[in-house]
Ligand binder design. Sequence first.
Ligand code: 3HC
Length: 692
Amino acid sequence: MSPVAFSRHAAVAVVTIDNPPVNALGAAVRAGLVAAIAQANADAAIEAVVIAAAGKASIAGADIGEFGKPPVPPLLPDVLDAIERSAKPVVAAIQGAALGGGLEVALACHARVALPAAQLGLPEIRLGLIPGAGGTQRLPRLIGAAKAFAMMLSGDPVLAGRALEWGLLDEVVSSDLLATAIRVAQGLAAEGRRPVTSAAAERLTEADRSAFEAQAKEALRQAGEAPNVPALVEAVRNAFLLPFEQGLAAERALFLALLDDPRAKALRHVFFAERAIARVPGIGPAVTPRPVARAAVIGAGTMGGGIAMCFANAGIPVTLIETAQAPLDNGMNRIAAIYDISVQRGSLTPEARAARLALIKPAVGLAAAAQADIVVEAAFEEMGVKRQIFGELDAVAKPGAILASNTSYLDVPTIAAATKRPQDVLGMHFFSPANVMKLLEVVRPKGVADDAVATAVALGRRLGKVPVVVGNGFGFVGNRMLEQRTRAAERLLVAGALPYEVDRALVDFGFRMGPFAMADLAGNDIGWRSRKARGLKAAVADAICEAGWFGQKTGRGYYLYPQGARAGQRCPEVEALIQRISAEQGVTRRAFTQEEILARLLDPMVNEGARILEEGIAARPGDIDIVWINGYNWPAWRGGPMFWADGVGLGVIAKRLEAQAAESGDAALKPAPLLRRLAAEGKGFASLASGG
Ligand code: 3HC
């Protein structure tokens, strides 16, 4: 059955797209639209057409799953051409989101009406693309190039009210959308259709052009290597320079070139991986999350305070609990200071600041957690401390409350065993700064109830986080892989690289900072303490800590930070110390290329990722990618470590790991069985996601 239905309302044809879940414009929809427009034009009893959509989303755009596959006609630009050229006027009725190709369909219509909740946007930029079905040509002609460019550059949708002001919509009605669209269509039939392109001369003024050029200059300055920003500038500029048809053709060529760019492919992988995390194995839609009206956070340190802010920012009342008044006051002051900075920057109003602070209630003693539907413990990272807290919580928390630990490494079942309700205990691992970082690892130990996990996931989304459900195990997904990178970075120093060379390789790859700048920022003593607790050694890292060089907070670490500078400078003493350690270990230092450094840092992470998959700690390779993009600033346009590994080739990585294992004598660097198997079969991790 065609996903496009045709019905008659007096002399108006109503063409309804019904392609769940989001009415993406797949091949069948495109064919259905062309057929419906032809049918309406062939029928003498029809005067006008309305294009509507079933369900809550209007049209979410081109079918992203078709990208990269051989195109199936009719192509979207041809469909829109048929709509625009229709002798009988066509009106778009928009009730939900009209995004990307969905908005481009509406732009090809002769008028647009919408409900107030409708959202209109061209988010292609986030997929590494630009609009490819006339968006860059029709939108500037309708609302002016400056506004159109801003919409396409941010990718953010605008609400119906704003769109009406701008002339993007002709009418906004709070009810009877279809009836209104039919009325508007009848009106156009009586007075003549008005294609968007007819407005060009009015909108594309000199003033608009200079406003657009100023924005374009700034956008290009900030674009870095993103190839779609210059393409977008060029396409929009064409609206001034070229006749409409030529502008369309140029846009299409730019769009198709971007579609094949590896960066856009990576971003498409991220798009689907971000959605796949919602499918948690064994937890279907029948599992209902428990209601969460009020929360408690234990520990008012940097982490606990950040988590409390997450609740307040989402409008959820939260009690922030400490053992004594002084640390509680410190914590509340720190939170207030962070909100103050947002007010100074203009990203928060003073009223909103006051409202958020009012939602955070400071309290001394665990008894204050009694009313909470969820308690997040963010106390000192030590099993004894955690077990004592959970034992006490068991006595005060209300029945059915979720008891979550923010532990980064510790065994969650051991924490749960301190209570008589392990079915309610799980991990909610936030990333620092908790009020900023998007990642939330929801740690699902054996024995926890499915609805408790579903509650943590649903809550994570309410907090604006990206919740990824992971299994229990040292360091879960993110930190477990990070540890491999940290060890690799230390090995590189001893073998011949210097901190700035290692960091530069990762920054050039697209990370915001490398492992040593990161360690200096976080404090080198943190890793030192953890190594000591686990009986581990790292010659360079330990020596740096023994010298008291803990990082930025002490003015020096791997780098020097004179007078509180944030960017570190190379430190001759550290470099001499590294050389001394190499000599002590009998290592003849050698130079490394950036490529070698990258391989040595990233391959062991990928190997650990393979083990994580083997053990079922992550459900899919894409889940690992989402963890690294949202928790560790892995550049999204590189798709995450597992996607990156597939691009390099698992055979290549397996071989490099064998060589590293042989050189270092560390058997842990040998390729994991899963990696070895996939490499032998000539497959990538992606084959696992599709059941290979
Ligand atoms: N193509 C294919 N599948 C899509 C899709 C699209 N454009 N948009 C959403 N989906 C799928 C998702 O993968 C998901 O599938 P799953 O259930 O199997 O995981 C399902 O639809 C539901 O998506 P969400 O979970 O995102 O649903 P929400 O209700 O949270 O959000 C939405 C709905 C706001 C429409 C959101 O899905 C969205 O932003 N979609 C993408 C919009 C977009 O980027 N459009 C531009 C496409 S490129 C284009 O149009 C090129 C053109 O210029 C030629």
